[in-house]
Structure formats: structure tokens, C-alpha cells
Write a protein that binds this ligand. Structure first.
Ligand code: 5GP
Ligand code: MN
Length: 316
């Protein structure tokens, strides 16, 4: 399937992704936007997304993202990237009213939504999948940069097991455009502000291991976030750091989003399917990286997650 065949007669297109967009979501949405601007120069193309973290300012035209939503508009085509429609947030009414809805994603937990559903869980990232739907001759350095950022963020810089030979081939095609990939990796993936480093240190310091040290958990409260003056975006990477502890097979990190409400991130080395655990609580993701939102006290939430994990580790 080629993307252009699905949108060639569209006069208006909207592109959106999930709430709290991560690198793959931002890279995919922007990559598709920049690509469609070339394919459909006469069409009106809008992007609806929560404001991305400042690290993504290196993506060209990132300022075109609309975070205020005019929900009365009816688009010819609406793209849902890197999620299904339940995580669109305020953009959901635009999805509902669009004439044609296209879903492109790689989450195993995604059942697919809309009229055209391209969900390939074997893909490292939505950005990788998008590359293979694009006409190579229409990709330029700006599109390539955005897609590359998507790929490196969902693969931990081509390191996680979701990295396939095809992922590396595409990454190699993309870096031929000549952007400074080393700088992009450093500035968008590894570099942390001082407060980001401080709160990560605090979360690691207060982490607790359980289930014979095979699991680890840590939490950041609202008070801690206020104290360090950090936002949820500043907490990215903490859960991966917890999983890096020797012997740990499953890491849980949560931060308080409201009274008795926590956003949960889980990572696994492969033995535990954390998407299956997250789906029990209305979330989803991938086998090795998943998340959900939970209500209840911190300790009740750990206990409830632990039941699903223990079953898979044969400890139940
Ligand atoms: P993270 O822990 O980095 O927020 O998310 C890890 C993976 O799980 C990502 O692929 C993300 O899209 C997915 N994920 C995180 N939270 C949720 C959620 O509440 N619902 C669903 N369906 N997926 C989630
Ligand atoms: Mn993704």
C-alpha cells in the first residue's frame, strides 16, 4: 500500500497522535506532515498534538502543531498515528467527523480504528512503518530527520530487540540525507537537564525491589514534582534506568497525576509481557514497554500490578 493512493484527492488532511507524545509519536506526526506537504501542495494540512517537549524543536515546522482544537472542522482525511482513537485526547471529535480515517500504528495492543487500518506490531516504530508507505523520491532531509528521531526514540537508539534488519536499513537510508544524527541522538535522547537528572536520581534512590529482586518499583509524587519544578515530560527515561539494574526483569515507575491517580510505565527484559499487564487496567503498549493509568493508593496499585507480573513469572 502507498500512502499517496489513500489521500491523493484530499483537500484537507489532519494528523494526530497520542496524548503526552513521545519521540516516535512526534517524529511520525511531523514526518508525515512534512511529507504530505510535498505530496499535496494544494491541500490544507493541520497537525493536532499536545505540545511536544522542547528537545524536538530541531524538527522543521514543529511550530505548526496546533494544541488548541477547533473541533467543528470536518477533514477529508484524518490520520491517527502511533495509537488508536482512544488516546487522541481533545482531537477525538475531529477523528469522529472526518470523511476518511486512517490508523497507522505498531502497538500490539491496538485493535485498529477507522476506515484504513495499518497496524504492524513487528515494526520498531510508527516512523519505520511510515517510511515504507512513502514514495522514496518524495522524502527530503526534513522528513528524514523527523522519521529518524521517531525510530531512535522507540528503539533506544537502535538497541532494543524491536530493532530489525529493516529498521537498520531504513536508518541507513535516512542518514544518507546528511543531517547531524550524532547531535540529534545526543540532544534528543541522552542529554538531560539538571532537574531531570536530579529527579531521576531521587527516583532511583527511593526504588524498592520485590519478588526476589526480580522486580523494581519507584514513584514520584506531585510534591516531589513541585519541589524539583518538573513536568511529566521530565520523567522520561527513569523507568529504563530502573530496568538497567542487574537482575531486574521488570521495572515499574509511576507518577502522581491527581488524587489517588497515577500514570504507570512498565519495562521488561522480555520474560514478562507488560502490555498484557497494562491492558488489565485499560492501558497497552508493547511486550517490553507499556503503560496505563491507575486509580488507588500507590501500594494498592503495586499490589494489583504485581498479581499480573507474578503469574507470568510463575510466582503466583
Ligand atoms: P511509556 O511508558 O514510555 O509512557 O509508554 C510505553 C509504551 O506504552 C508506549 O508505546 C506507549 O505508547 C504505551 N502506553 C503508555 N501508556 C499507555 C496507555 O495508557 N494506554 C495505551 N494503550 N498505551 C500506553
Ligand atoms: Mn511508537
Amino acid at each position: 500500500m502507498r500512502l499517496i493512493d489513500e489521500v491523493s484527492d484530499a483537500a484537507s488532511v489532519a494528523i494526530s497522535g497520542h496524548i503526552r507524545p513521545d519521540g516516535d509519536c512526534v517524529g511520525s506526526v511531523m514526518g508525515l506532515y512534512l511529507y504530505l506537504k510535498k505530496e499535496l501542495p494544494k491541500a490544507e494540512i493541520d497537525i493536532y498534538l499536545d505540545k511536544p517537549a522542547d528537545i524536538f524543536d530541531c524538527i522543521s515546522h514543529i511550530e505548526d502543531i496546533k494544541s488548541e482544537f477547533n473541533t467543528n472542522k470536518i477533514y477529508d482525511v484524518f490520520f491517527v498515528l502511533d495509537c488508536e482513537d482512544d488516546r487522541l485526547g481533545n482531537a477525538h471529535p475531529l477523528f469522529e467527523s472526518a470523511r476518511k480515517r486512517i490508523n497507522i500504528d505498531h502497538h500490539i495492543s491496538n485493535k485498529g480504528c477507522g476506515d484504513v487500518r495499518i497496524v504492524e506490531p513487528d515494526r520498531s516504530s510508527t516512523a519505520e512503518l511510515l517510511y515504507d508507505l512513502m514514495r522514496p523520491e518524495m522524502i527530503d532531509i526534513e522528513v528524514a530527520t523527523a522519521l529518524y528521531i521517531g525510530i531512535i526514540h522507540d528503539t533506544g537508539v537502535l538497541r532494543y530487540s524491536n530493532t530489525s534488519p529493516r529498521t537498520l536499513q531504513i536508518a541507513s537510508e535516512l542518514i544518507k540525507f546528511g543531517f547531524n544524527f550524532s547531535d540529534i541522538i545526543q540532544k534528543t535522547f541522552y542529554e538531560k537537564t539538571y532537574v531531570q537528572t536530579q529527579i531521576m536520581g531521587r527516583a532511583v534512590l527511593e526504588s524498592v525491589r520485590f519478588m526476589h529482586n526480580r522486580c523494581i518499583v519507584s514513584m514520584v509524587s506531585r510534591r516531589m514534582m513541585d519541589f524539583y519544578q518538573v513536568t511529566p515530560q521530565d520523567l522520561d527515561g527513569i523507568v529504563n534506568q530502573l530496568l538497567a539494574v542487574k537482575g531486574v526483569e521488570c521495572a515499574i515507575f509511576m507518577y502522581e497525576t491527581g488524587t489517588l491517580e497515577y500514570k504507570v510505565s512498565m519495562r521488561s527484559d522480555g520474560k514478562v509481557d507488560v502490555a498484557a499487564v497494562a491492558m488489565r487496567f485499560g492501558g497497552g503498549g508493547h511486550v517490553r514497554a507499556a503503560g496505563c493509568t491507575m486509580n488507588g493508593t500507590y501500594h494498592d496499585n503495586i499490589n494489583n500490578l504485581a498479581i499480573g507480573i507474578a503469574e507470568q513469572l510463575d510466582l503466583a
